[in-house]
Design a protein around this ligand. Structure first.
Ligand code: F6P
Length: 343
């Protein structure tokens, strides 16, 4: 009987459990056993995990988070990391590992594949900024959660005649802020791809407050606001060198700058993990299930060194490198659409 391993790395993401179920159900049908590693690459390095069973799959696609746990362990930064992965695979008799993760997790998978270990990737991030796939699972749920928050704060902004700034996730890009901002009626949408000047933001808000007396601003956590720069050299970094974005406090700084320059009362809300938690949307449950089955099919056919990807409405197989190329940024035409509503 064939055996494979599976892991989830990086930030948790609604739909991870649906991918796990998709991989396992497809494998079980083909008499393939699946070992679930705990906490991403940490479980592989430390041989920590369990054989997954049919019972554990029941309704899994409905649940947020990941039953396997996650971490940002970087195998390539551990001295004998790759050898330990090899030892674990040999000991458990695993033909391949399905790695579900973002560019960091998939970057490790690609390095291990180059060293002769069989890997199949499933691209994952709520940020939707991975190249090689049109949309990532988890993004739709995050946008729905962010939209609900924008809908909610609007009433407080109206009641108190305030500006409320909502800081949304997106380590490098503004996908969530743009989608949720359009859907949730934000009057200013600030994202890293197209930096705004604080004077421009204040102009939009001041003009608006002559007509009405409330506003909601969506700001991506990675946004640069020209005119309110600050030193970020002290911000902590993880094992992959990623900044702790919450420490930038862009939402708070922007709300303070708006208040100082316009005199309009301003508050900020950091949505943080509320947008990443919770159960996946129907769209994410289906997309993640399809990606999981697709990844298992790749393993069954021996298509290693690949990743599953959404192209249009199809699930296709691409080389693992596809997820690691240039970051997928918000295109100008989408941002221009968002700008149409900024007033
Ligand atoms: O990459 C997904 C993401 O949610 C980013 O949007 C965010 O900057 C980061 O992870 C937060 O990571 P953590 O949960 O480790 O603070």
């Amino acid at each position: 009987m064939k055996r494979i391993g599976i892991l989830t790395g990086g930030g948790d993401c609604p739909g991870l459990n649906a991918v796990i179920r998709g991989v396992c159900e497809r494998c079980f049908c083909a008499d393939v056993e699946v070992f679930g590693f705990y906490d991403g690459w940490r479980g592989v390095i430390e041989q920590d995990g369990q054989w997954l069973t049919e019972n554990e799959m029941e309704g899994l696609q409905t649940m947020g988070g990941t039953i396997l746990g996650s971490s940002r362990t970087n195998v390539m930064r551990i001295d004998d990391g790759p050898e330990r992965v090899k030892q674990t695979m040999d000991k458990l008799g695993l033909e391949a590992i399905v790695a579900i993760g973002g560019d960091d997790t998939l970057g490790v998978a690609r390095s291990l594949q180059k060293m002769g270990m069989n890997m199949v990737g499933v691209p994952k991030t709520i940020d939707n900024d991975l190249s090689g796939t049109d949309y990532t699972f988890g993004f739709d749920t995050a946008c729905n959660n962010a939209m609900a928050a924008l809908d909610n704060v609007k009433f407080t902004a109206m009641s108190h005649r305030r500006v409320i700034v909502v800081e949304l996730m997106g380590r490098h890009t503004g996908w969530i802020a743009v989608h949720a901002g359009i859907a949730g009626n934000a009057q200013v949408i600030a994202i890293p791809e197209y930096p705004m000047h604080i004077d421009e933001i204040c102009r939009i808000l001041s003009e608006r407050h002559r007509r009405t007396n409330w506003s909601v601003v969506a700001v991506a956590e990675a946004a640069e606001i020209e005119g309110i720069e600050q030193d970020e050299s002290d911000i902590e970094r993880d094992a992959f060198g990623n900044k702790a974005m919450d420490q930038r406090a862009i939402g708070e700084r922007l709300a303070r700058a708006i208040n100082a320059r316009t005199g309009i009362p301003a508050r900020h809300v950091v949505l943080a993990h509320l947008q990443r938690g919770g159960n996946p949307s129907a769209y994410d449950r289906v997309l993640a299930s399809r990606l999981g089955v697709g990844a298992a099919n790749a393993v069954l056919k021996g298509n290693f060194g690949t990743m599953v990807s959404l192209r249009g409405t199809d699930i296709v197989l691409l080389p693992l490198e596809a997820a690691l190329q240039e970051r997928k940024c918000v295109p100008r035409d989408l941002y221009e659409t968002a700008q149409m509503f900024m007033r």
